[in-house]
Design a protein around this ligand. Structure first.
Ligand code: TRP
Length: 361
């Protein structure tokens, strides 16, 4: 491994610039690309996910790009001990995706838990031989997760899951991965693994493309405490599955400040500005314009306006969600077809991998 090139962690700005270029080309040539995205099944999704990543996926998918969505159930065990609810969370996540507008009946969108695709998982073994322990140890996102997990004993899955994530992405030869900033190190590792694999085993005819990250320009939605990112574990989230009264109550309790006059000023008034941003996303109006209109009527008025616009905005999604909860056979069927399609891809790729590694007998 000594002569091999280093993993190159790009600057965020460089990645963003490249993303914009990529975005333009996807719009023009959607058929040229294949998207893979994924989530850990740790619970239901909230409105931060909806405005942050889900809507971006729905948009790409509507452009006509084939899309695989991996539900990373093995990854759940990297930073927690509980696994009681994994299957239930997989189902709820699938319901959230479909309710948000992902349409698996279009024949080019596949949702699957990676635990059900053995050939994908098997790619992990050759991939592990293409990275060093030191490289895995340096991954900034893994380091943060280790700190955040509060666990004293860190299992080896925590250090190696980014290599497994490379298998999630490369098994179907995805070319575009829509991600948030925290996933960029994993994408860079994936690109490195693809490159090293091709150089070492397939120099005549590369097996893997180097997938590109697509950063979304969606705003980061803060929690209702206004101080940090919206997250179920921080108890500051509005779940997609919440009903209208629960939503009203959560907004009523949201933190604001003591200045009665409403202004949009994210740097100095993060709480009020976050509520204005949500009002903007759900009405299609500018946050400054909404602030102006509320003026001295204060945060009570802002909260009433937001409650109404958010509940109205989410109504169709929540109705679909309820219908899907009554129709779990359909949801399980979506996963079964997703698994079948993913396996078909993974079997083909593993065949090629064995072939170039001289393992075919
Ligand atoms: N690590 C991602 C997260 O925590 C989930 C994930 C697993 C993923 N496999 C992926 C994301 C492949 C993008 C592509 O959110």
């Amino acid at each position: 491994m000594s002569t091999i090139e280093k993993i190159n962690y790009d600057t965020f700005e460089a990645s963003l610039a490249r993303s914009k270029q990529l975005e333009k080309d996807i719009q023009e040539n959607p058929g040229k690309y294949k998207v893979l995205t994924g989530d850990r099944p740790t619970g239901r999704l909230h409105i931060g996910h909806l405005f942050g990543s889900l809507q971006n996926r729905v948009r790409l998918h509507k452009l006509g790009v084939p899309t695989f969505i991996v539900i990373a159930d093995y990854q759940v065990l990297t930073d927690r001990d509980t696994f009681e609810n994994i299957a239930e969370n997989v189902i709820q996540l699938t319901i959230d995706y479909i309710a948000a507008g992902i349409d698996p009946s279009d024949g080019r969108t596949f949702i699957f838990p990676h635990s059900h695709v053995p050939e994908l998982n098997q790619l992990l073994l050759p991939f592990l031989t293409l990275v060093t322990n030191a490289e895995l140890d340096r991954n900034p996102t893994v380091k943060e997760e280790i700190t955040a997990s509060g666990q004293k004993r860190i299992n080896a899955g925590m250090y190696t899951y980014p290599v497994h994530q490379a298998a999630d992405i490369l098994f179907c030869k995805a070319t575009v991965v829509p991600v948030g900033k925290d996933q960029l190190p994993h994408l860079e590792l994936t690109r490195t693994i693809a490159r090293r694999f091709n150089t070492r085993f397939a120099s005549n005819k590369p097996v893997f493309p180097e997938p590109q990250p697509l950063l979304s320009e969606a705003p980061i939605i803060l929690g209702l405490d206004g101080s940090q990112k919206m997250s179920k574990s921080r108890n500051n989230a509005i779940m997609l599955s919440a009903d209208e009264d629960e939503t009203a109550l959560l907004i009523k309790k949201a933190k604001t400040d003591s200045d009665r006059r409403i202004t949009y000023d994210p740097a100095n008034r993060p709480e009020v500005s976050n509520l204005l941003m949500l009002a903007s996303l759900t009405t299609g109006r500018k946050p400054e314009e909404i602030a102006e209109e509320i003026g001295d009527a204060g945060s009570g008025q802002l909260k009433r306006l937001l409650t109404e616009s958010l509940n109205e905005y989410l109504r169709p999604l929540r109705t679909r969600r309820k219908e899907l909860e009554q129709n779990l056979d359909y949801v399980r069927g979506v996963l079964r077809s997703g698994i079948a399609a993913a396996r078909e891809e993974a079997i083909k790729t593993l065949e090629e991998v064995r072939e170039v590694m001289n393992m075919k007998i």
